[in-house]
Design a protein around this ligand. Structure first.
Ligand SMILES: C[S@@+](CC[C@H](N)C(=O)[O-])C[C@H]1O[C@@H](n2cnc3c(N)ncnc32)[C@H](O)[C@@H]1O
Length: 221
């Protein structure tokens, strides 16, 4: 049998370095932020999987409702079979996540928790965010897998999903951003604040933000 040493080394590194799985990180973050959620909170995830079970559990604790969006019908069938009645309260939306998120944003003014973990694409993840951005209000919490802060070195994946979105969040005054390089496949979380004090000075001087912020959403949609 031929051994793939690179893969072996990567697996070993992940086992030693990963402090929290995707599901654990979801539970930790929701438990920390839930006091700021709406009384009937809305949870959304793109890219279903084990994380869906953790999100269902946490949505229940928040008297909330979970939408899980995935393009792979067959995988969803398998997931539902394996998870049994743990997923009975989830609303699954099958198809491209951009369309599914538009549907959700059309129904809800506010989304409390979002987990972005679908296509391994910086642009796709950024577009997902753009669709739901108007629904993210004070206390809303965002978790992105395969993402890292720009200065982070030791990572569990190439972190493509956050490559555009994370700098955008850092440059925005309303998002308080944190890196979790040793969780999931390296993750970034962000919490929306109505006090606009959080623009990272390495990206934006606060006085310049007014020049782009108002028109940015309009130009990209
Ligand atoms: C990394 S997996 C999700 C893992 C899951 N979040 C977990 O933690 O267990 C990525 C998922 O995204 C789905 N996906 C890929 N491209 C998509 C798209 N354009 N729209 C919706 N789902 C997509 C895939 O079918 C796959 O199930």
């Amino acid at each position: 049998m031929k051994l793939n040493f690179t893969r072996l080394a990567k697996n070993l590194f992940s086992r030693v370095y990963r402090r929290h799985t995707h599901a654990e990180m979801v539970r930790i973050l929701v438990a920390k932020q839930m006091r700021d959620f709406a009384s009937e909170s809305i949870f959304v995830e793109t890219g279903s999987g084990i994380s869906t079970v953790a999100l269902t559990e946490m949505a229940k604790k928040c008297n909330g409702r979970l939408y899980s969006c995935d393009i792979n019908d067959e995988m969803l069938g398998e997931l539902k079979k394996r998870a049994g009645d743990q997923l009975t309260d989830v609303t699954f939306l099958i198809g491209d996540s951009i369309a599914s998120l538009r549907e959700i944003a059309g129904k809800h003014d506010r989304i409390d928790f979002v987990f972005l973990d679908s296509a391994a694409s910086a642009m796709h993840t950024f577009r997902e965010f753009q669709v739901i951005e108007p629904c993210l209000k004070a206390g809303s919490c965002l978790l992105i897998d395969n993402a890292a802060l720009p200065q982070a070195k030791l990572l569990l994946s190439p972190c493509r999903k956050g490559k555009i979105l994370v700098p955008y969040l850092l440059a925005s005054p309303n998002w308080q951003v944190r890196g979790h390089p040793d969780a999931g496949d390296s993750m970034v979380s962000a919490v929306y604040s109505d006090k606009p004090n959080f623009a990272d000075e390495r990206y934006e001087r606060s006085r310049n933000i007014k020049y782009w912020q108002a028109s940015f959403q309009k130009h990209l949609s």
